[in-house]
Design a protein around this ligand. Structure first.
Ligand code: MN
Ligand code: MN
Length: 450
C-alpha cells in the first residue's frame, strides 16, 4: 500500500491538483442530474472538436482515424469516441461511468395537502438512508414536457432561490427511533399560502396558480422528470482543503475525470471511448441504462461510417476491448471502522482504487478481472506514474455492491472496476480526496492509450 500522497507531491503538482479540482467542484455545483451532465459533456466535447454522430449521419458524412464523435441517448446518456488509427475490429479502450446518483424523485401526480400545507409526494431513487434526506435544504432539477412538444427546464432551489425540504420531528416529541422512515413519509413541504377563492385544496391551488403563470398545469407533471437533490454548491472540505464535499460524487467523479482525460487524447492507436450512462443506481435497466442496446447501436453506426462494419467485426471489436468500469468505492471511515478490513479496503489520498472483483458474500454477482489484464494495466499505470490501490469494499461477509462491469464483460472483453474512494457514499453530501480525483484523471488518460 502506498503512503498518503500529499507528502509525495511537489508544490507544482499540488497546485495542478487544486486547479483541476476547482473545475470539478464547479461542474458538481452545476450538474446534479443525468441530463445536466449530458448537456455539460456535449458542450465541452464540441469545444474540443467532437462532432455529433446524428449530424454526420444526416449529412451522409464519413468517419476516419483521428475523428472525434459523440452520440446522445435520450438526453440521459452519452458515448464519446476518439477514433484510432487501427481498425476498430482490434478493440476499443473504454472508460465507462454512470451519471445518475441516488436522490428523491417527484411522483407523476405529486400534489396533495395536509394541515394547511401544499405537499409534494415523492418516490426515492437508488439506495438511500432515508433519515439523511430530511431536515436539509433541497432543490428541484428536471424537465416538464408539454403536450405541444415543448420542454420546460426546471431548476428551483439553487443560488438565492427559496429551497424546499422534508421536515423532521423535534427531539422533545420523538419517542420512537425516527431513523426508520418509510418511503411514503418522504413528503416535500411545498407551501403554506392559501387561495381563499378556491372551494377546495386551497393550499395546492395557490401553488398551481403560480405554476399557471408559467403555463404549467397539474396534469403536466405526468410528463415530467423532476429530481429532488441537495440544494447548494459543492464545497471544499477539511481544515487543509484536501477534500471536496458534494452531492453526486458517485459517480460523477469518475464521469468527469474520464471525460476530461478523453479530451486530451489525439490520434490514439486504438479507438478511445468514454461512456456516461444512466440508471446504474437502479440496476442499469431501461433504454438509457448500460443494459440497453444503445452502445452497440452506436458502435455499429461508427464502424459503418468508417467502412468497417459487419456483425462479425463488431463482435470481434467488443470481445477485444479493454474497459475500466469507473465507479466509486467505499473509503475506510475513521468513525465507523467495524465493516472495514483495514488491510484491504480503500483509503483517502492513496490513489485510484482497483477492485479486482465486486459482488457480495463470496463474490456473488461479481465481475472478477483477469490477472493477465491487470498485469497489462500495472505496466501502463506504472509507466504513467499513476498511484493506485488494490482494494475490496468492506469485510468479506459484510455486504458489497455492483457496477456496470459485469454487463460489459458479457461481450467477452476485459473489464475491471477502477474509481475514486468515497466517504458518506449515497448520502446527500459525499466526500472525496482531491488527490484521488487527480490520480483517477491520470489513470484514465494513460488507459485510453494502453
Ligand atoms: Mn456508483
Ligand atoms: Mn452508487
Amino acid at each position: 500500500m502506498e503512503t498518503n500522497l500529499w507528502g509525495q507531491y511537489s508544490e507544482e503538482e499540488k497546485s495542478q491538483i487544486m486547479n483541476f479540482c476547482e473545475d470539478y467542484r464547479k461542474f458538481l455545483s452545476a450538474c446534479k442530474t443525468e441530463r445536466e451532465c449530458v448537456h455539460y459533456a456535449v458542450t465541452e466535447a464540441e469545444k474540443h472538436g467532437f462532432k455529433s454522430l446524428d449530424k454526420i449521419l444526416a449529412e451522409n458524412g464519413k468517419l476516419s482515424a483521428g475523428d472525434k464523435v459523440y452520440a446522445v441517448n435520450m438526453d440521459k446518456s452519452v458515448v464519446l469516441c476518439v477514433l484510432g488509427t487501427e481498425s476498430m475490429e482490434n478493440g476499443l479502450n473504454i472508460v465507462g461511468a454512470h451519471i445518475d446518483s441516488p436522490r428523491i424523485d417527484l411522483k407523476a401526480n405529486p400534489f396533495f395537502e395536509s394541515e394547511g400545507f401544499c405537499m409534494l409526494d415523492t418516490h426515492y431513487y437508488g439506495g438511500i438512508k432515508k433519515y439523511q434526506w430530511i431536515a436539509l435544504p433541497l432543490a428541484l432539477h428536471g424537465v416538464i414536457c408539454k403536450k405541444d412538444g415543448t420542454t420546460e427546464n426546471i431548476v428551483f432551489g439553487e443560488g438565492d432561490d427559496p429551497v424546499l425540504g422534508i421536515s423532521d420531528l423535534l427531539p422533545h416529541l420523538d419517542k420512537d427511533d425516527k431513523k426508520d422512515i418509510k418511503g411514503e413519509d418522504l413528503n416535500i413541504l411545498g407551501g403554506n399560502m392559501a387561495d381563499e377563492k378556491a372551494d377546495k385544496k386551497k393550499f395546492t391551488q395557490f401553488i398551481l396558480n403560480l405554476l399557471k403563470e408559467k403555463n404549467i398545469t397539474e396534469e403536466d407533471f405526468f410528463s415530467s422528470e423532476i429530481e429532488i437533490v441537495p440544494a447548494g454548491n459543492a464545497r471544499n472540505f477539511g481544515l487543509d482543503n484536501s477534500m471536496i464535499m458534494a452531492y453526486g460524487h458517485d459517480d460523477r467523479v469518475c464521469a468527469y475525470t474520464g471525460l476530461k482525460a478523453l479530451f486530451e487524447i489525439e490520434n490514439p492507436k486504438q479507438t478511445a471511448v468514454n461512456i456516461l450512462v444512466d440508471k446504474e443506481e437502479i440496476g442499469s435497466v431501461g433504454a438509457t441504462g448500460m443494459h440497453s442496446k444503445f452502445f452497440e447501436n452506436i458502435l455499429a453506426e461508427i464502424m459503418n461510417l468508417r467502412g468497417e462494419y459487419s456483425e462479425l467485426s463488431m463482435r470481434r471489436c467488443l470481445a477485444k476491448s479493454n474497459m475500466l468500469s469507473s465507479d466509486v468505492t467505499a473509503a475506510v471511515d475513521p468513525n465507523y471502522l467495524t465493516p472495514f478490513n483495514l488491510l484491504t479496503d480503500a483509503e483517502f489520498a492513496k490513489g485510484i482504487s482497483f477492485n479486482k472483483f465486486t459482488g457480495s458474500r463470496g463474490k456473488s454477482g461479481a465481475n472478477d478481472a483477469n490477472p493477465e489484464y491487470i498485469a497489462k494495466l500495472r505496466a501502463c499505470l506504472d509507466e504513467a506514474k499513476v498511484t493506485y490501490q488494490a482494494t475490496e469494499m468492506g469485510k468479506v461477509d459484510q455486504g458489497g455492491g455492483g457496477t456496470i462491469a459485469y454487463i460489459m464483460a458479457k461481450y467477452g472483453m476485459n473489464v475491471i472496476d477502477a474509481g475514486v474512494p468515497v466517504l458518506n457514499m449515497h448520502a446527500p453530501w459525499e466526500i472525496v480526496s482531491k488527490a484521488d480525483v487527480y490520480e483517477a484523471y491520470k489513470c484514465y488518460k494513460a488507459f485510453y492509450k494502453i
